[in-house]
Design a protein around this ligand. Structure first.
Ligand SMILES: *Cc1c(COP(=O)(O)O)cnc(C)c1O
Length: 408
């Protein structure tokens, strides 16, 4: 008799015999768009049509006045903070559990990232945790919709209005996620997205920034383009302040146009997978799926679940090892450590030979039990638009098998 309950870790048969399903993300549509881009005989966004079309269609998809395309998601976030007219030493509140790209633009602008604690059930900043770190030096809140799960944007927006702060959304993991009836990226003054190769859609590298009005559209376009005001004439510029070159090329724009057509179905499949997994987890003792507020929709860039304290022998890490042996690529937490423990931020060494810009603001001791619990107690599971019902069934089988074997 083959024992299907015997863990693969102990020599049993793994639930997944081979790698998880994948598929092609690019096809004839991308190729046709690329050909058209090359046939324009220019790959510069201002002379061609691809980047302009990509940005316009993205804005239309969101009912936003305009969008500006950039060279990366990090660049989109840099442009957003670059448009706020802040002075080095000003503070911006953000999440300590995010891609490093969230804080890179802040530091280049001389701004000091101040971290807010997170809800340990989903790794999101909340109006309460943000409120707790607001001071008279705070100028903006950069909200991160981790894993595609919207933050409480209603609460954050009210807080920002109360304190006179700008709200920027980091939507890099949250394409087409909804907070109530609104798409994320349309509630803050800027909504920033990444189209790097790991995200819901890819242009290799790239980014997009939704803006709230035409004034910000012009400002963002100029900041991303060395101060050029190309809307006023191709060589118009007035250089009062430093602005980088964070432009997107026509090749990225071309692929982006084709990728946008795929986006709704990619999001739909990931949502169905995530919601299916969430429903199944209700029946598995010791595990709690990431909390999504009932009025919101999560687009699951990845899935996290919290392991209840003491539920399993060997705790969270033993469960991860057992799942991996079953062929389910589980990870212990989204990051190894929160951003404030990374040497650059801990030692305040963004630039050689100086503690700038950190030394422009008072030192704060990072005490974030919610963020640390989130990293210590959660398991990250992959989600993909190529996972269907069979893969979902396999995930559930592996989770049931490993949790019952390790229970106690
Ligand atoms: C991917 C990502 C970024 C950075 O995007 P890049 O295109 O890699 O620069 C920023 N924030 C979050 C939350 C991300 O996931």
């Amino acid at each position: 008799m083959t024992d299907t309950h015997k863990l693969a870790l102990n020599g049993g048969i793994p639930v997944f015999a081979g790698p998880l399903p994948t598929g092609s993300r690019f096809g004839a549509e991308e190729l046709a768009e690329l050909k058209e881009a090359l046939d324009q005989n220019t790959l510069f966004y201002f002379y061609g049509q691809k980047v302009k079309t990509f940005a316009r269609q993205f804005a239309e998809m969101h009912g936003a006045p305009a969008a500006v395309a950039t060279s990366s998601g990090t660049a989109a976030l840099h442009v957003a903070v670059g448009c706020l007219d802040l002075t080095p030493g000003d503070e911006v509140i953000t999440s300590p559990v995010t891609d490093f790209g969230t804080v890179i633009g802040l530091l280049y602008q001389g701004l000091v990232p101040v971290f807010a604690d997170l809800d340990p059930s989903n790794g999101l900043m909340t109006p309460q945790t943000v409120e707790a770190v607001v001071t008279d030096r705070t100028r903006a809140v950069l909200a991160v919709h981790l894993a595609g799960n919207p933050c409480d944007l209603t609460g954050l927006k009210a807080l920002c209005e109360r304190h006179g702060l700008a709200l920027i959304e980091d939507c890099a993991q949250a394409f087409l996620a909804r907070h109530g009836n609104s798409l994320v990226g349309t509630i803050g003054r800027f909504g920033c997205f990444s189209t790097n190769d790991y995200k819901h859609i890819s242009t290799g590298d790239g980014g997009l920034l939704l803006v709230a009005d035409e004034t910000d559209a012009a400002k963002a376009a100029a900041f991303a383009d060395k101060n050029y005001r190309r809307d006023l004439g191709s060589a118009m510029r007035r250089i009062d302040l430093l602005a980088p070159n964070l432009r997107m090329t026509e090749l990225q724009g071309a692929v982006g146009i084709a990728q946008l057509k795929r986006l709704p179905s990619i999001v739909e499949r990931r949502q169905a997978f995530g919601d299916g997994l969430r429903a199944a987890l209700e029946r598995i003792p010791g595990l709690t799926p990431m909390a999504v507020r009932p009025q919101d929709t999560c687009v699951y860039w990845f899935f996290t679940l919290t392991v209840d304290a003491g539920a399993f022998r060997g705790g969270r890490d033993a469960l991860v090892e057992a799942l991996k042996a079953e062929g389910l690529p589980a990870c212990p937490g989204y990051l190894e450590e929160p951003l404030y423990k990374v040497p650059m931020l801990r030692n305040r060494t963004a630039f050689p030979g100086t503690n700038y810009p950190f030394d422009l603001a008072p030192l704060r001791e990072p005490v974030f039990p919610g963020a640390e619990a989130y990293l210590a107690d959660t398991i990250v599971l992959p989600v993909s638009e190529f996972y269907g019902a069979d893969t979902l069934a396999g995930f559930i089988e592996a989770l049931e098998k490993c949790t019952s074997a390790l229970a106690g």
